[in-house]
Design a protein around this ligand. Structure first.
Ligand code: ASP
Ligand code: MG
Length: 412
């Protein structure tokens, strides 16, 4: 008997018929002899509606504790409805809120982190042969305040429950068929990947692919629980996110991602001295602004240029802080929010040389200028002008994915 955690997102439980459909799938899995925990999001649009209400009554600054009490109601509604639908199919099921299932988090409202799951109640439900229907996105802190995990947090709830229970798989049901080599709305030849490693998925999720929340992939990797991303509308296999050893096809490039939600800030003529970078970045970190790429030039005349990127939502604030810092340093500041980050990701880069220069050549052939570059063992990212996003993604997908996985040739 396997233990399966199934997670259904907002679209998959978007109306009563869809909830009935989910109930059928869950019961099918249970009747095939599995223990099933099903974790659900709020119905499509529900959380957005609650956000709007909270922003309205809270006048743009809702009290964090009450905001969480409000947001958590979306998932509470879905678990009750789904449990009822399962009962109508003649199967036992019990709904559990974050508090009831022992989802303990820290006290940071609206972006709480999971600390521990006390699985006693869950096990009791499973042991009597019932399906446990659990609310995603929510937990409870040590003082029994309701917390939420941040938008998209149900993925993380589901994977965390799967890890705590030592489940055989965490199935993430969604409105796409799996993880694609790039955004299929942008590139029609994008294809579904059968398997992808945790590390590739982590890079892709943090670089802009929206299928899974980054934190959920971190959990799965830490506990070695495979995630199966699949469609809630049909039963075809989706994409397995799994350990590197279990990924057969080591593609040089398995994904091309883009992110238009960053902006860049440049300091010109900063004195090349110890302590300067601290004076630039301290105010940003104090303001809670997360800096992504950082590039510093070699200095020639005792001064240097430094460029970094920040989330576009923090751009105005970051630019202001940068201008203040620059005034104290005798430097100049420039900003640009019309940029995009384009990345290629793939395990095979570990043992293939030449991916970076091939990427640069492909972009050059399209006349696209590269403004910044950063790399890791399995990814290369560049910053370009935002208006070239589609062109760049298509050209790179053509060159690396459509052209097949065996170029550039193996080193040595
Ligand atoms: N309902 C929450 C949201 O929309 C959590 C989730 O769906 O994952 O962000
Ligand atoms: Mg989601």
């Amino acid at each position: 008997m396997a233990l399966v955690v199934q997670k259904f997102g907002g679209t998959s439980v978007g109306d009563p018929d869809r909830i009935r459909n989910v109930a059928r799938r869950v019961v099918e899995t249970a009747r095939a002899g599995n223990q099933v925990v099903v974790c659900v999001s709020a119905m499509a649009g529900e959380t957005d509606g609650l956000v709007a209400l909270g922003q309205d009554l809270g006048e743009g600054d809702p009290t964090p504790r009450e905001y969480d009490v409000l947001l958590a109601t979306g998932e509470q509604k879905t678990i009750a409805l789904l449990a009822m639908a399962i009962h109508r199919l003649g199967h036992d099921a019990e709904s559990l809120t974050g508090w009831q299932l022992g989802m303990r988090t820290d006290a940071s409202h609206n972006r709480a982190r999971i600390q521990e799951i006390d699985c006693g109640r869950l096990r009791a439900v499973l042991d009597r042969g019932a399906v446990a229907v659990v609310a995603g996105f929510q937990g409870v802190d040590d003082d029994r305040n309701i917390t939420t995990l941040g938008r998209g947090g149900s993925d993380t709830s589901a994977v965390a429950v799967a890890c705590a229970l030592g489940a055989d798989v965490c199935e993430i049901y969604t409105d796409v068929d799996g993880v694609y080599t790039t955004d299929p709305r942008m590139v029609p030849s994008a294809r579904k990947l059968a398997r992808i490693s945790f590390d590739e998925m982590l890079e892709m999720a943090s670089l802009g692919a929206k299928v899974l929340q980054v934190r959920s992939v971190k959990f799965a990797k830490r506990y070695g629980v495979p995630i199966h991303v699949r469609s809630s509308f049909h039963s075809a296999e989706g994409t397995w996110v799994t350990r590197e050893e279990d990924v057969m096809e080591r593609l040089v490039v398995s994904g091309v991602t883009y992110n238009r939600d960053e902006a860049k800030i440049t300091f010109r003529k900063v004195e090349d001295q110890p302590g300067v970078a601290g004076r630039i970045f301290d105010p940003l970190s104090e303001a809670g602004i997360v800096v992504d790429m950082i590039v510093q030039n070699l200095s020639s005349d005792g001064t240097t240029d430094m460029t970094f990127t920040v989330p576009v939502g923090d751009y105005a604030n970051a630019l202001k802080l940068a201008q203040d810092a620059a005034a104290g340093l005798g430097a100049e500041v420039e900003g640009d929010d019309a940029i995009a980050k384009i990345s290629v990701v793939g395990l095979g880069m570990k043992d293939h040389a030449g991916v970076a220069n091939r990427m640069f050549n492909v972009l050059a052939e399209e006349g696209i200028n590269i403004q910044m570059i950063s790399t890791s063992e399995i990814k290369i990212s560049v910053i370009i002008q935002e208006k070239y996003t589609e062109l760049a993604v298509r050209a790179l997908h053509d060159a690396f994915v459509d052209a097949g996985g065996d170029e550039p040739r193996e080193e040595g």
